[in-house]
Design a protein around this ligand. Structure first.
Ligand SMILES: C[S@@+](CC[C@H](N)C(=O)[O-])C[C@H]1O[C@@H](n2cnc3c(N)ncnc32)[C@H](O)[C@@H]1O
Length: 437
């Protein structure tokens, strides 16, 4: 569970909750020793009553959850939101108002409600194709006076997921995972353990034509269109993180190769959401922009995970130093020598023996081929800039952070924060390594 999840190592205290929310009292099975009984997770109404009580107790939210709809598991929904907060904070900056989109908000409208409670300066678009669910979602938004932050939009299945005029900072989705009722039955039969609680849901919440693979393939296509078939102004601002939950591990094995081959995209992120002891879900995110997330957010770290081979490129490389003596002078003179080719650098966060150098470069300016091209450009400096160069203005650069992480066994951590090409990052690390070790 995410380290900021309020339910991490902190399960609900049923006894005091039932005192504050008497509706829960009917759902305890009697115990023989006079202590509070066992909560009846097999009863769907008991799960709804518990979820509503927790939403009210922990988030001051008043939420209708119709019995025929999916009842959201709060710890899991929170994990996804907290991971998105981390992803946005470390890539596009913290403390910023955000515009999000929840594809398929359902009757509960759970993601926009929770996310806006947690982040009062965020705004959300929330879509669904189910008219009845949207009626309830609207009531949930207005019952909590969040109409200024959450706008509900009805869609049809053929519509683009992302045809909005707003600039979206991020999108999220808990899609219908399955292609048919038979697929659900088949997958249930493979499970060894009986789930602790019953899953009740409307068929459209669980089933979609072609299952989650087809749904997310359309999402890839629509995200590409949103970014590249829009005005130049929007294209320049194409930092949107598109994300979706994934219900089946095998889906990642199909979709990640597709992202790489069809869209030539290596800027994607994967995380695992652990939901109790029984269920595992994943979140896949992708961006056509060049902000790079840290390894802890973007990569599966468990050594024995079959998903490791699908991980995106690393963005943090450690370089061992034999000693720190003279290291800073060597590093700074190397960086200063490259300033004339367009590098800029600044020292920040120098405290407690930790030195952080932030370096911005336009390209692999340390390579021979760049130097040759640079010399030629000096000769051609009277020629007008090409159209392509103009289009790339503000995008074609790299940002790295170099941190001395330990003084005893000194190591440099070189983090790739921004930029299009992993090879240039690797080459930068090689250049710094040669200069400083
Ligand atoms: C698994 S439910 C998720 C509900 C809620 N977000 C949650 O996490 O509990 C999937 C939702 O996606 C909606 N949906 C299906 N196709 C859609 C589409 N093309 N556009 C928007 N929503 C869609 C369904 O109606 C359903 O409400």
């Amino acid at each position: 569970m995410h380290s900021r999840n309020i339910y991490r190592n902190n399960p609900p205290d049923f006894e005091s909750l039932a005192k504050a929310y008497p509706v829960l009292q009917q759902h305890f099975k009697a115990s023989q020793d006079n202590t509070v009984g066992v909560y009846n997770f097999q009863n769907p109404q008991a799960i709804i009553d518990l979820t509503q009580s927790l939403l009210n107790h922990d988030f001051q939210l008043d939420v209708q959850l119709p019995i025929e709809n999916l009842c959201p598991r709060l710890a899991n929904r929170l994990n996804y939101i907290l991971w998105i907060e981390d992803l946005l904070n470390e890539t596009t900056g913290s403390g910023i108002a955000r515009q999000g989109l929840d594809v398929g908000c359902g009757a509960s409208c759970i993601y926009p409600l929770l996310a806006c409670r947690h982040n009062p300066d965020w705004t959300f678009l929330a879509t669904d194709i189910n008219h009845q669910s949207l009626l309830v979602a609207r009531e949930n938004v207005s019952a909590n006076a969040l109409e200024d932050q959450i706008r509900i939009v009805e869609k049809s299945p053929k519509d683009s997921f992302f045809d909005f005029s707003e600039t979206l900072d991020f999108t999220m989705c808990n899609p219908p995972f399955y292609a048919s009722p038979e697929e659900i039955t088949e997958l249930e039969s493979f499970k060894h353990d009986k789930p602790r609680s019953k899953l009740l849901a409307h068929p459209n919440e669980l089933i979609t034509e072609g299952g989650e693979i087809q749904f997310i393939r359309k999402m890839f296509e629509d995200s590409y269109t949103y970014v590249f078939c829009n005005s130049l102004e929007k294209r320049k601002n194409h930092q949107t993180w598109f994300t979706t939950m994934i219900g089946k591990q095998s889906t990642l094995h199909t979709l990640i190769p597709l992202l790489k081959s069809k869209y030539q995209l290596d800027n994607y992120v994967i995380t695992t959401l652990v939901q109790g002891q029984h269920t595992r879900r994943w979140v896949l995110g992708w961006s056509f922009g060049y902000h790079r997330a840290s390894d802890s957010i973007s990569r599966i770290s468990q050594t024995n995970s079959p998903l490791k081979s699908l991980n995106p490129p690393v963005t943090e490389i450690l370089v061992n130093l034999s000693s720190t003596e003279g290291f800073q002078a060597k590093l700074e003179s190397t960086l200063s020598n490259l300033v004339r080719y367009g590098l800029s650098w600044e020292k920040s966060g120098e405290h407690l023996n930790v030195t952080v150098h932030r370096v911005r470069v336009p390209n692999d300016i340390w390579s021979r081929s760049f130097r040759r091209a640079w010399a030629k450009r000096q000769d051609d400096s009277s020629k007008p800039e090409s159209k392509r160069q103009k289009l790339n203005d503000g995008l074609g650069y790299y940002l790295f952070t170099i941190t001395l992480v330990s003084v005893k066994d000194p190591q440099l951590r070189i983090r790739w924060n921004y930029g299009v090409d992993f090879k240039i990052y690797e080459s930068f690390v090689g250049m710094i390594k040669r200069a400083c070790t």
